[in-house]
Design a binder for this molecule. Structure first.
Ligand code: F6R
Ligand code: MG
Ligand code: MG
Length: 387
């Protein structure tokens, strides 16, 4: 009889929800974080999870957990669900704004996916030293990570290692999820760069969900792809996303991972989930949205994982090296704001979370005057794919 000794695996689960916040949709209240931390402490003492770190990005409560139970573990998901429930209870007691907002279901049923919270989880055999970066964004959508993750894992102008480190030189595989159709496709970089970009350039629909190292299929990154409005069938808040990225020795360096956020690209979200604005990398202290409920921001916490314990974090954007990015983000924010209710500051009608357009059109129905100035033959560009 042959014994195959399997190396023990560690799972990191980052699960988040907006369960209500202080001063509108601004910032998580510390008492709700304490309520969630209590549930996680109990789960740790029962051996369900090995370690945890509770934090927030703006109005989103973030649970970072490590354990040995693999992805989609019902026990771990139930722990997160209970933590959110307890936190939401406190939010209701304190009269916090939108208390319980993201908890769409009454009862837990095996997995938090589809119940409101967003999830980014990965399982791996720990390297002797395992650095990871956890990204948490507020006032934007999962596709906001498309551009920076593409740059980290496929753009040699961002990631020097793709060119000069033999361990990265083969490239990476992108699992791209179609949030409308509920399908995914795995594509190779650098071979299929242009096809990958053809998809992920539409970040409201095609979202990078996972990245694997091509040479050995090792998981490199994972992003939460839940879109709340698609789950609930109505607007219930933005799907402020989270991501986990593994770093160093065979993966991009921490500095290469952070470098992709030095450009504050335009993302959908901001005020009422209906505006484009720059994604501003900030320290944990500044992870609280103010101007026009924004601008959208992202926090990066660096950890080492050792025997499933979380060592850290280090607040990675808490650095003057990102001051110029932040300054540029302010200038872009100012420029975009000057457009007021006009596109392209305001999102297109199909992506807006709030709209009065149907009512306004209805009201004006009898005042529109027929005027066939030319024959309309329909759109020239094929749009079926995007309908
Ligand atoms: C965006 C967000 C906020 C709210 C806005 C209006 O994701 O959470 O910008 O959309 O503050 O909120 P309500 O409708 O709750 O007054
Ligand atoms: Mg909120
Ligand atoms: Mg939020």
């Amino acid at each position: 009889m042959k014994f195959v000794s399997e190396k023990p695996k560690t799972t990191i689960s980052v699960i988040k929800a907006d369960i209500g916040s202080l001063a509108g949709h601004h910032v998580v209240h510390p008492d709700t974080m304490a309520a969630a931390a209590k549930v996680l402490a109990e789960a740790k003492s029962k051996g369900i999870i090995v370690d945890y770190y509770v934090t927030h990005a703006g109005d989103d409560l973030e649970l970072i957990m490590t354990h040995k139970k693999g992805v989609d573990s019902p026990e771990v998901h139930e722990t997160a669900w209970n933590a959110f429930k307890e936190a939401a209870k406190v939010a209701k007691e304190l009269g916090l704004y939108a208390a319980g907002q993201d908890l769409l279901a009454e009862a837990f049923s095996g997995n938090v996916r589809g119940l409101g919270p967003s999830v980014a989880e990965m399982e791996f055999v720990e390297r002797p030293s395992e650095p990871i970066v956890v990204f948490m964004a507020d006032k934007t959508e999962p596709g906001a990570f498309n551009l920076p993750l593409f740059r980290v894992f496929a753009d040699p102008f961002n990631t020097a290692g793709l060119v000069i480190d033999p361990k990265l030189h083969d490239g990476f595989k992108f699992e791209i999820y179609d949030v409308m159709a509920g399908k995914y496709v795995v594509m190779n970089a650098p071979e299929e760069l242009y096809d990958i970009l053809a998809l992920i350039g539409t970040p409201g629909r095609f979202v990078i969900r996972r990245v694997y190292r091509k040479s050995d299929n090792e998981i490199a990154a994972v992003v939460s792809v839940e879109r709340l409005n698609l789950i609930a069938g109505r607007y219930v808040g933005k799907d402020d996303p989270v991501a986990v990225v593994r770093a160093q020795s065979g993966f991009p360096a921490v500095g290469e991972i952070l470098e992709a956020f030095a450009f504050p690209h335009l993302v959908a979200g901001w005020m009422r989930g209906s505006h484009f604005g720059p994604l501003m990398p900030v320290s944990q202290r500044h992870a609280r949205c103010t101007r026009f409920d924004g601008p959208p921001r992202v926090v990066a916490l660096g950890f080492q994982i050792k025997n499933a314990r979380l060592i850290g974090p280090s607040d990675l954007f808490d650095d003057p090296a990102f001051d110029e990015t932040r300054r540029l983000a302010q200038m872009i924010a100012e420029y975009m704001r000057r457009h007021g209710p006009f596109m392209p500051h305001r999102l297109g009608p199909e992506e807006m979370e709030y709209t009065t357009l149907p009512e306004v059109l209805q009201k004006l129905q009898n005042r529109f005057v027929e005027a066939k100035l030319y024959e309309v033959k329909g759109p020239k560009v094929k749009t079926e794919l995007l309908e």
